[in-house]
Design a protein around this ligand. Structure first.
Ligand SMILES: O=c1ccn([C@@H]2O[C@H](COP(=O)(O)OP(=O)(O)O[C@H]3O[C@H](CO)[C@@H](O)[C@H](O)[C@H]3O)[C@@H](O)[C@H]2O)c(=O)[nH]1
Ligand SMILES: [Mn+2]
Length: 431
C-alpha cells in the first residue's frame, strides 16, 4: 500500500480488454454490466481505457454499450460516493440488503430507476431484434449499413467516450475513462483465431488510442468484484525489487454459480510485443507458457475478496464442449513446439513443467480413469478379489483397533466398521 501511495502520480495507463462473441449466448446486459464494473475501478479515470471487442459484430451490443456510456455518468460518481462493492450494477442491486443508509436512499432510488429504464430499453431492442430511434442519433450505427454477416464485414471502430476530451465528464464534472467499441474486420477467407485474434486486434487498436502500459483482460461473463483489483495487481508490477521480472498477474476464475475454484482464468496480463499465440484453442495457456519460457515471472494472486466473478457453463452440452476444447487444447500444447516437456526444459522450473504437464495430460488421463472404473467393477462381478486375504485380515484388525480407540476417547468414529473396508478398497484402486 505504501508503494502505491508513493507512486500515485506515476501510475501507468491501464487498457482493459473485454471480449464478447455472441449477443445470444452473452446477452448485451451481461456484457455492459462487466464493462461498467471495470469502468468504475478505483483508478484515475484519465489513465483508464476500456475496449469492448465484439466478435459477434452485433449492433445490439453496440447499442447496449452506447446506453452504458450514458449510464456510467451516474454510476461512477454513485460508486465513488458510497464506496460501492461490487461495481457491476446487476450484482450490486442483488447484493443490497434492505437496510440502506438514509443519506444514500434517495440516490439509490434514482440510480436504480435509471438502471431499470436502461435495462428495459436494451431488452426491448433485443426482443424486437432492432434498435430504436437512437439509430439515427448516433452515426456509429451507419457502420452496419455495409454489414453483410458477422463473418464478413469491415472494421467497426467507435470511440464512445474520449477521455482526452475535456467535455467528456460525469454528472459531477469528473473526467470519464475512455470507452471504445471494436468489431474487428472479418473475411471468410481469413481465419479469425477466436479470442486470440480478438485480443491481438485490441492490442493494435489500443496502441494507437491510449497505448496503456498494462493490459487487463476480462471475458464479458466475468465482472470485477473488487474495485481495488487494478491497484492490487499493480503492486506486483511496481515492486522495486521484483517488479521488472513480472510479465503477468493471474487471478483465479471464480464463479458465482459454482462453489469451488476453477483451475485457470485470464485476468490481468502484460503481453509481450508478440501478442497472443495462434493455432491453439487454449490461447491463454500457451501464451502464458511461452512468456514464462522467455524468462518472465508471473504471479498467481488469489485475494480474500474475489477479484472477478463469472458465470460458469450451466448446461451439459456447454460444459462438454468447453472441457473438450480445454483437454484437446492442452494435449495439443504437449505435442507442440511449445511443449512444457521439451521446450520448457531448462527454461522453466521442473515444478512448473510438471504443473503444466498435469493439465496437458488431462485428455490421455481419461484412459487410466476408464481402467480404474471398469476393472474393479469387472473383478467384483466375477468374484476376483481385489486385495489379498492377508491384507484384508491385517486391515480388519487395524480397523477394529482404530474403532475401539476412538470410541474410548468418546469421539464418534468417522466411519462405521462396515464402511471402512470399502474405503480401503477404494484407496487401493487409486494407488
Ligand atoms: O471467436 C471468439 C470466441 C470467443 N471469444 C471470447 O473469448 C472469451 C472466452 O470464450 P468462451 O467461449 O467463454 O470460453 P471459456 O471456456 O469460458 O473461456 C476460458 O477458456 C479460454 C480458453 O482457454 C480462455 O481464453 C478464457 O479466458 C477462459 O475463461 C469470451 O469472452 C468470448 O466472448 C471471442 O472474443 N471470440
Ligand atoms: Mn466463458
Amino acid at each position: 500500500m505504501t508503494t502505491m501511495m508513493r507512486f500515485e502520480n506515476d501510475l501507468p495507463g491501464v487498457d482493459i480488454f473485454v471480449c464478447t462473441a455472441d449477443p445470444v449466448i452473452e446477452p448485451p446486459m451481461m456484457v455492459i454490466n462487466t464493462v461498467l464494473s471495470v469502468m468504475a475501478y478505483d483508478y484515475p479515470p484519465e489513465k483508464l481505457s476500456i475496449y469492448l471487442s465484439d466478435d459477434g459484430g452485433s449492433d445490439l451490443t453496440f447499442y447496449a454499450l452506447l446506453e452504458a456510456s450514458h449510464f456510467c455518468k451516474y454510476w461512477i460518481p454513485y460508486c465513488n460516493k458510497f464506496k460501492v462493492e461490487p461495481r457491476s450494477p446487476a450484482a450490486y442491486f442483488i447484493s443490497l440488503s434492505d437496510q440502506v443508509d438514509a443519506n444514500q436512499a434517495e440516490d439509490l432510488v434514482i440510480i436504480k430507476r435509471l438502471y431499470e429504464d436502461m435495462t428495459n430499453r436494451i431488452e426491448t431492442a433485443s426482443k424486437l431484434g432492432r434498435i430504436p430511434e437512437v439509430r439515427t442519433q448516433h452515426d456509429g450505427f451507419s457502420q452496419w449499413d455495409s454489414f453483410s454477416s458477422r463473418r464478413d464485414h469491415d472494421t467497426i471502430l467507435q470511440v464512445l467516450i474520449d477521455g482526452s476530451d475535456p467535455s467528456a465528464t460525469d454528472i459531477e464534472g469528473c473526467v470519464l475513462p475512455t470507452l471504445v467499441y471494436l468489431a474487428r474486420e472479418k473475411r471468410p477467407q481469413h481465419f479469425h483465431n477466436f479470442k486470440a485474434g480478438a485480443m491481438n486486434a485490441l492490442i493494435r487498436v489500443s496502441s494507437k488510442i491510449s497505448n496503456g502500459q498494462i493490459i487487463l483482460n476480462v471475458d464479458c461473463d466475468m465482472y470485477s468484484n473488487n474495485s481495488q483489483s487494478v491497484r492490487d495487481a499493480l503492486c506486483f508490477f511496481m515492486d522495486e525489487e521484483k517488479g521488472h521480472e513480472i510479465a503477468y498477474v493471474q487471478f483465479p476464475q471464480n464463479f458465482e454459480n459454482v462453489t469451488k475454484n476453477e483451475i485457470y482464468s485470464s485476468s490481468l496480463r502484460v503481453l509481450s510485443q508478440t501478442g497472443l499465440k495462434y493455432g491453439c484453442p487454449v490461447e491463454d495457456v500457451i501464451t502464458g507458457l511461452s512468456i514464462q519460457c522467455q524468462g518472465w515471472k508471473s504471479v498467481y494472486f488469489n485475494p480474500k475478496r474475489k477479484g472477478f466473478l463469472g458465470v460458469a457453463a450451466t448446461t451439459l452440452p456447454q460444459t462438454l464442449v468447453q472441457h473438450k476444447r480445454w483437454s484437446e487444447g492442452d494435449f495439443q500444447i504437449l505435442l507442440s513446439k511449445y511443449s512444457p516437456a521439451w521446450y520448457g526444459l531448462g527454461r522453466i522450473s521442473l515444478g512448473l513443467q510438471m504443473g503444466y504437464c498435469t493439465y496437458c495430460l488431462w485428455a490421455p488421463n481419461c484412459l487410466a480413469t476408464l481402467c480404474y472404473s471398469i476393472i474393479p467393477s469387472l473383478c467384483l462381478l466375477r468374484g476376483i478379489p481385489l486385495v489379498s486375504k492377508g491384507e484384508l485380515h491385517a486391515y480388519q484388525t487395524r480397523t477394529h483397533k482404530n474403532f475401539s480407540e476412538s470410541s474410548d476417547e468418546g469421539h464418534v468414529p468417522p466411519f462405521n466398521s462396515q464402511s471402512l473396508p470399502k474405503q480401503e478398497i477404494n484407496q487401493n484402486w487409486f494407488k
